[in-house]
Write a protein that binds this ligand. Sequence first.
Ligand code: OSB
Ligand code: MG
Length: 368
Amino acid sequence: MRIKNAVLYHVRLPLKHYFETSFGRVYQQDHVVLEIETDAGLCYGEAPVGERPDYSHETAGTAMHVLKDFIIPSIGDKEIKDIDELMAAYSWIRGHNMAKMALESAFWNWNSLKQQKPLKEIFKGVRDYVEVGVSLGIHNSPKELMERVEAFLSDGYRRIKVKIKPGWDIKILSEIRKSFGMIPLTVDANAAYTLDDMEHLRKLDDFGLIMIEQPFHYEDLADHAKLQAVMSTSICLDESITSLESTRHAMEMESCRIVNIKPARVGGLWISKLIESYVQRYDCPVWCGGLLEFGIGRAYNVAVASLPNFLLPGDISGSSRYYEEDIVDPPMEPVKGLMKVPDVPGLGVNVRKDRIEKYCVNKIVCEI
Ligand code: OSB
Ligand code: MG
């Protein structure tokens, strides 16, 4: 791959419904879209950074800066022959995984077009369809949440995940179980608890949850291990898993029994594949998390979720779950909770440049 031209777009899409986690409530999503011009045509990547540095350190501003001033110049107009060469060029840059994901995924777009093979085949995926679930935020009232659970179950989503925090946990779980029985259910705390809440969290064992996602601080592998040792419910780590190394530490310390892989959080699709394969030796299943990706990021996540150890439904909802209008055509939508894995070379969806321009709040043309 040789980059002839690179453009960064800060794209802001309004959300159809607010999304609230233990970090707070948001009404829109700010992501960075990278477009590179190559000998295989225009290729795209997305950094699903969000609006504020809460879930991760990155924002649209930091991703644009690091891509423009460091990641793209580290490649420049050099010929890059494979993924090892690509990653080696910017491996000196610490962190900024989402910015790296933007370029790395655009590279796979090029690679897939060049080889005329679908991404699924390149990554050695084994599924034609992936099972998807939905992630539901904290709502104004339990009643509102119950209505949303009902609506998404009837849309066919295969698992419901609800965001929890102190004061919004046991009560809503009791209500969900009372109204919907033993539906596949998980919870995500986004680090809202501490070791002092251990006795409280143990009560969640009564609800038959598939997992409890990230109860503690992202740096706290030790406390997660203490909690996992006394709970029958599996702990799943999300924010704590930022690389193959942090995954190894989590496995060796027995901090969790399930891993959430978000390609953008770990710095790319290739690292996602390495993690997926590594944790198999611990009999640890993985699933594909999400960051309310626009259509570009979603297409890559779907391809990754077709790998063999992705054994649980992903947070890969349809475009229409979050957005009125997506930046790809046709929008990707699951049917009966199954999302089709693209089986054509490239992204598998058409990028709508008119929509990128329509929702773009800042555009930078990089010097190559
Ligand atoms: O913790 O999984 C999370 C969204 C933003 C930040 C963090 C998380 C989430 C989600 C939504 O749960 C996942 C999705 O539907 O894309
Ligand atoms: Mg999470």
